[in-house]
Design a protein around this ligand. Structure first.
Ligand SMILES: Nc1nc2c(ncn2[C@@H]2O[C@H](COP(=O)(O)OP(=O)(O)OP(=O)(O)O)[C@@H](O)[C@H]2O)c(=O)[nH]1
Length: 963
C-alpha cells in the first residue's frame, strides 16, 4: 500500500508541468529532502502540497493540451477582423498611415468606441506622416506623399477584409457625404468630425469591425485634397467602389421581406439563402450590363452599385429604405422562377439524370442554366455529408481522391492512418478541409456525443486503467498477457498469430484491477490496433531485448503518440542470453524517446514474459501511470462502452466483446451498438463466468445484440427498445446512403479515367469471416493489393456463414467470395455451384493475401519479353514477279514459324523489322521450319533481301508480372 501512495518525481513534474529541480527546491523549502532524480518517490501528502502550489502550472498544461489543430482556423478568421477593428482606435493615438499595415495587430489592444473612430482616424493620419518623415511641413508633405503610400496599402486591406461588411458603413457615411468617398470622409472627420459621428452611430452598432477600415481608407486620400472637405458630397463618390458594394447587401435584407422563398424550400440551404446567393451571383453580370447604362462612375463606385444610383438615385446614398426595396422587389420575382428551374435541374442531376434543360430553350437560357448549375454543383459537391468514423478509404471515395492522397495528407498533419482506419470527426474535418471540402456530420454523430455527458465530481469513482499491449510480431505480446492472466493462449492460435482483439481484466498482486486489450501483432491488424489505442488509457510497447526496434514497434509508438496515450516500454525476453536491453533503450533514445532511467519521461521495465521477471514491476508502473491520469467514471448511470469484437456463435448467436467505459451494464439493458440493438441476455467475463453487471473498465462478452457490430462501435444503453430501434434504423439508413454514395457509379468522367488507364480491371471480393477483426484486417490487406491496373474492391464484408444472398451478390457483381474460418450454408454451396461462383476458404490470413496477390498478378496486363526463336541465313535470292523477293534460306538455329516477327540483319545491323509473308518448304506452305532445314521465305512489304543476310525470328512472350 505504501508504494501506491508514492509517486515518482518525474511523473509529478510532468503532471504539474514544472521541472524536477523546482519541485525539489519547493519541497526543500518545506523541509523535505528529495533527491533530484526522476525516479525519486514522493508521498501523497507531499504530492498534494505540490498540487496546490503548482496548480496554475498544471492548469496551463491542461489548457495547452486542449489546444487542438482546429483552433488554427479560428485565429485565422478572427485575427484579420480584430486588427481591422483595432486599427481605428490605434490610429487615433499614434499610428501613421504607412505603418498601418505592419502595426495593425499592435493597435488591436486599445480598441476604442467605433463611433469616434472615423474622426480620429482622419485626424491621426496627419500626425502619423509627420512622425515618419520630418516633423516640419507636416501638412503639406503629408498631403503629397501620403496619398501614394497610404492609398495602396489601405485599399488593399479594405477589399480583402470585408467587402460586404464594409458596405453598410459606406452607406451610412455616403448617405451623409452623398457618395461616402474616401477623400470626402477622411476630410470630413478631420475638419468636422462631429458630422460624421451622428451618421455612423446606427451603422457602427451593427458592424463595428467594418467601420474601422473605412476610416483608414479615408485617411490616405484626405491628405491630397484637404480643401475639398466642405464639398465632399457629390464629387468624391467615384473612388469609393467599396461603399457601393455595401449598399447592395442591405438591399438583400429587404428581399427577405418579400417572402419569395416561402413556397419552395430547397435542399441547398433554404430558399432565402439560395435566392440571396443568386442575387449576388447575378449582380455581377447585371453590373456589367448596368455599366453601360450608368455613367462611368458605376464601374468604380463599386460594381453592383454603379447601376443603382442611376436608377434610384438616392437608393444607396440617400436612403437604403426608400429606393432600394422597390427596385429589388422587381428583380426578385424572376429569381423565384429561376429558383424553381434550378431546383428541378439540380434534383435531376442528383438523381443522375442529365441536366438537359428544355429543348426549346434558347442558347442563352441554356448557357445561363449551365452556369448556374455549375455553381450549384460546386457548392453541393464541396460539402461532404458523412458520419463520424468513416474509413479513410470511404472518405477518399467521397472526395473522389485516391486513398494515398488521404494518407499522405494525414501524414503531413502528423496522423498515421491506414486504409481501413476509421477517422474521428476532427480528423475528417481537417482532412476534408485540406482538400477544400466542408463536412456536415449526419445525425448519428450527435448520438455518439451524448456518451460524454458530464458527471458531477461526486458521482465519479476511480476506475481501472485500460491497457493495450502493442509491439512487433513475436516480441512477446501474447506471452506477456498470458503470464499476466496465467493462462496459455499462444499455443491455441492458428498459425501462431493472434487473430483477434480480446479483452481481459486482471487483479494485480497489490489488489488493483487492470483491463487489457490484446491486440494482434501482424501488420494486417494495424487498423484494429489503432482503434485499440483509442480505447486505451496506457499502452505497453513490448520490444524483444534480443531484437531491435522494428517497423511495427515504430508504428505502435506512432499510434500511441497520435492518440495521446502514455506509453510504457516493456523490454522483453531478458532471460535470453543474447538479450541486450541497453541497446533497445539506446535505440529508443535515438528516436527521442528517453526512458526515465536515463533522465527521460518514459517508463520502461525489463521483463521476461517467460519467467515472469519484472512483470509485477511493469504492472506497478502501469498503475503509477494511471494514477497520474486520474481515471474516473460514474458507475451509477446507463452504461456506455466500446465494442472490441463481435462474432457469430452457432449456439449463442451474436457475441460481442465490449469494454464498458462508463456506467454499469446489466442483464436486461436495452443496448445499441452501430446499427444493431437488442437486450442484454447474458454477460460473461473473459473466463466465461456469468456476470450480472459490469461496471466501468470491465470487458464483457454480451449476448443479445441482433447483429454483429463493428469493432470500435460505441455501445450505449437506452431506456426504451423503441428509442434504440429508431436510432438503429436511422443509422442503417445513413450507412446505406453512405455506401451508395461511396460506391462509384460509372460516370462519364469515370469512363474517361478508366480509358486513360487502359484496360481497366476490377477484382470484386466478398469477405465473410468468423470475427469482425479478422474480416477488417483481411479487407485492409487486400485493399492494399490494388494497383493502377487492377483495383481490388471489397463489395461486401461481414461476420457469419456464407449465405445465399452472398452468392447472389457475387453473381450479380462478378465477385469471388473469401471465407475466413467460415463455410457456406448447404443452400449457398449449391447456389454457388449453379452460378459458378468461386468460394475460397482460409484459416490463415497470409494464405488469403498471397492467393489474392497471385490472382491479381494473373489479371495484370501481361508484360512481354522478346524471345529469339531462331536464325535463318539467306543463301539465294529469287525475284519473282507479282510475289516479290523470295529468299532461299537455311535455318541455322532454333526454328522459324510463319507467325514469327522477324528482323533482317545485314552485317550486324538490323535493316528491317517486319512480318513473314510466306514460309515454304519446296512448294508447300508450312507453319514452322526447324534448324537444319532449308526454306523459302518472303517478307511482307520488303524485297531488299540479299544473300548472306540473317533473318532473325522472334516472338513476344508473356511473362508473369510481379508487383
Ligand atoms: N525466452 C523467451 N521467449 C519468449 C518471451 N516472450 C515471448 N517469447 C517467445 O516468443 C515467441 C512469440 O511470442 P508471442 O507472445 O506469440 O509474440 P506476439 O508478439 O504475441 O506475436 P504475435 O501474436 O504473432 O504478434 C513465442 O515463442 C514465445 O514463447 C520471453 O520473455 N522469453
Amino acid at each position: 500500500m505504501s508504494e501506491e501512495k508514492m509517486m515518482r518525481l518525474g511523473q509529478i513534474a510532468r503532471k504539474l508541468n514544472v521541472g524536477t529541480a523546482t519541485i525539489v527546491e519547493s519541497l526543500a523549502k518545506k523541509g523535505y529532502e528529495v533527491e533530484n532524480n526522476p525516479n525519486s518517490k514522493i508521498n501523497m501528502s507531499q504530492v498534494e502540497m505540490l498540487n496546490k502550489e503548482f496548480k496554475s502550472s498544471a492548469l496551463d498544461k491542461e489548457e495547452a493540451s486542449h489546444l487542438s489543430i482546429g483552433k488554427r482556423h479560428e485565429p485565422i478568421s478572427i485575427e484579420p477582423e480584430t486588427p481591422k477593428e483595432e486599427p481605428k482606435p490605434a490610429a487615433a493615438p499614434a499610428p501613421a498611415p504607412e505603418p498601418k499595415a505592419q502595426e495593425a495587430p499592435k493597435p488591436a489592444a486599445p480598441a476604442p468606441a467605433p463611433a469616434p473612430a472615423p474622426p480620429k482616424a482622419a485626424e491621426e493620419p496627419k500626425p502619423a506622416p509627420s512622425s515618419t518623415p520630418t516633423p516640419s511641413a507636416d501638412t503639406e508633405k503629408v498631403s503629397t506623399e501620403a496619398p501614394k503610400l497610404e492609398g495602396i496599402k489601405v485599399l488593399g486591406k479594405i477589399d480583402l477584409s470585408k467587402n460586404t461588411s464594409s458596405v453598410p458603413r459606406h452607406k451610412q457615411q455616403h448617405g451623409q457625404n452623398k457618395h461616402g468617398q474616401k477623400h470626402g470622409d477622411s476630410r470630413k472627420p478631420q475638419q468636422a468630425p462631429q458630422q460624421n459621428k451622428p451618421q455612423p452611430k446606427p451603422v457602427q452598432e451593427d458592424k463595428k469591425p467594418i467601420a474601422p477600415q473605412a476610416p483608414q481608407v479615408k485617411k490616405e486620400q484626405p491628405k491630397p485634397a484637404p480643401q475639398q472637405p466642405a464639398a465632399p458630397v457629390p464629387p468624391v463618390a467615384k473612388d469609393q467602389v467599396i461603399s457601393a458594394k455595401a449598399d447592395s447587401l442591405k438591399g438583400l435584407t429587404v428581399l427577405g421581406k418579400i417572402e419569395l422563398p416561402a413556397d419552395r424550400p430547397k435542399k441547398k440551404g433554404g430558399p432565402v439563402a439560395s435566392s440571396d446567393e443568386r442575387g449576388r451571383d447575378k449582380k455581377r453580370p447585371r453590373k456589367r450590363i448596368d455599366k453601360p447604362g450608368g455613367p462611368g462612375q458605376g464601374n468604380r463606385a463599386g460594381g453592383g452599385q454603379g447601376g443603382r444610383p442611376n436608377q434610384g438615385g438616392g437608393n444607396r446614398q440617400g436612403g437604403n429604405q426608400r429606393g432600394g426595396a422597390p427596385v429589388r422587389a422587381q428583380k426578385a420575382e424572376p429569381t423565384q422562377k429561376e429558383i424553381q428551374d434550378q431546383i428541378k435541374q439540380t434534383l435531376a442531376r442528383l438523381q443522375g439524370k442529365s441536366s438537359g434543360g428544355g429543348k426549346g430553350k434558347s442558347r442563352r437560357d441554356k448557357k445561363a442554366e449551365r452556369e448556374r448549375d455549375v455553381d450549384f454543383e460546386a457548392e453541393e459537391t464541396k460539402i461532404l455529408k458523412v458520419t463520424e468514423f468513416i474509413s479513410a478509404n470511404d472518405l477518399a471515395a467521397l472526395m473522389d481522391l485516391s486513398v494515398n492522397q488521404i494518407i499522405s495528407a494525414c501524414m503531413s498533419l502528423g496522423m498515421f492512418v491506414s486504409i481501413n482506419q476509421r477517422l474521428d470527426a476532427e480528423a475528417i474535418t481537417i482532412i476534408a478541409d485540406e482538400f477544400g471540402y466542408e463536412v456536415e456530420f449526419t445525425k448519428s454523430i450527435e448520438d455518439e456525443v451524448e456518451v460524454e455527458e458530464e458527471d458531477s465530481p461526486e458521482e465519479l469513482v476511480e476506475r481501472a486503467p485500460i491497457v493495450t499491449i502493442m509491439g512487433h510480431v513475436d516480441h512477446g505480446k501474447t506471452s506477456l498477457l498470458d503470464y499476466i492472466r496465467m493462462s496459455k493462449v499462444t499455443a491455441d492460435e492458428a498459425g501462431g498469430i493472434t487473430q483477434h482483439i480480446g479483452a481481459y481484466d486482471v487483479m494485480t498482486k497489490t489488489g488493483h484491477k487492470i483491463a487489457f486489450l490484446d491486440t494482434p501483432g501482424h501488420e494486417a491488424f494495424t487498423a484494429m490496433r489503432a482503434r485499440g489505442a483509442k480505447i486505451t488509457d496506457v499502452a505497453i510497447i513490448v520490444i524483444a531485448a534480443d531484437d531491435s526496434i522494428m517497423p511495427q514497434t515504430k508504428e505502435a509508438i506512432n499510434h500511441a503518440q497520435v492518440a495521446g496515450v502514455p506509453m510504457i516500454f516493456a523490454i522483453n525476453k531478458i532471460d535470453r542470453p543474447n538479450a541486450n536491453p541497453a541497446k533497445i533503450k539506446e535505440e529508443l533514445a535515438n528516436m527521442n524517446l528517453l526512458i526515465e532511467e536515463w533522465g527521460g519521461k518514459y517508463q520502461s521495465q525489463d521483463i521476461s514474459a517467460k519467467t515472469g521477471e519484472g512483470v509485477d514491476d511493469l504492472l506497478e508502473k502501469v498503475l503509477l501511470e494511471s494514477e497520474v491520469l486520474e481515471l474516473t467514471a460514474n458507475p451509477d448511470k446507463n452504461a456506455a462502452g466500446t465494442v472490441i469484437e463481435a462474432s457469430l456463435d452457432k449456439g449463442r448467436g451474436y457475441v460481442s466483446t465490449i469494454m464498458v467505459q462508463a456506467g454499469t451494464l446489466r442483464i436486461g439493458d436495452i443496448i445499441l451498438a452501430g446499427q444493431h440493438h437488442g437486450r442484454v441476455k447474458a454477460m460473461f467475463d473473459h473466463k466465461g463466468k456469468k456476470l450480472k453487471e459490469a461496471g466501468p473498465s470491465t470487458p464483457v462478452q454480451v449476448l443479445g445484440l441482433g447483429g454483429a457490430p463493428q469493432a470500435g462501435d460505441i455501445i450505449k444503453v437506452y431506456d426504451t427498445e423503441r428509442e434504440a430501434r429508431d436510432i438503429a434504423n436511422s443509422r442503417e439508413q445513413i450507412q446505406r446512403e453512405q455506401s451508395l454514395r461511396t460506391k462509384k457509379h460509372i460516370t462519364l468522367d469515370e469512363i474517361g479515367r478508366r480509358l486513360a488507364i487502359g484496360s481497366f480491371k476490377e477484382l470484386n471480393i466478398i469477405i465473410k469471416g468468423d470475427v469482425d477483426g479478422s474480416v477488417e484486417a483481411l479487407s485492409d490487406s487486400l485493399l492494399k493489393l490494388s494497383k493502377d491496373e487492377v483495383k481490388v474492391s471489397i463489395i461486401h464484408k461481414g461476420v457469419g456463414q456464407i449465405s445465399e444472398s452472398d452468392v447472389l451478390l457475387a453473381s450479380a457483381s462478378d465477385a469471388i467470395i473469401l471465407g475466413f474460418q467460415v463455410r457456406p450454408s448447404s443452400n449457398a454451396k449449391k447456389l454457388a455451384e449453379q452460378e459458378e461462383i468461386e468460394i475460397r476458404h482460409y484459416s490463415i490470413i497470409y494464405d488469403a493475401i498471397n492467393q489474392i496477390k497471385d490472382a491479381i498478378e494473373g489479371m495484370l496486363e501481361p508484360e512481354f519479353e522478346e524471345v529469339i526463336t531462331g536464325n535463318i541465313q539467306v543463301r539465294e535470292v529469287f525475284k519473282i514477279t507479282k510475289v516479290g523477293t523470295v529468299a532461299g534460306s537455311y535455318v541455322t538455329d532454333g526454328f522459324i514459324t510463319r507467325k514469327n516477327k522477324i528482323r533482317v540483319i545485314r552485317d550486324g545491323i538490323v535493316i528491317h523489322e517486319g512480318e513473314i509473308d510466306q514460309l515454304k518448304r519446296f512448294k508447300d506452305d508450312v507453319a514452322e521450319v526447324k534448324a537444319g532445314y532449308e526454306c523459302g521465305i518472303s517478307i511482307k512489304g520488303f524485297n531488299n533481301i540479299e544473300i548472306d543476310d540473317t533473318i532473325e525470328g522472334y516472338e513476344m512472350k508473356e511473362i508473369k508480372r510481379k508487383k
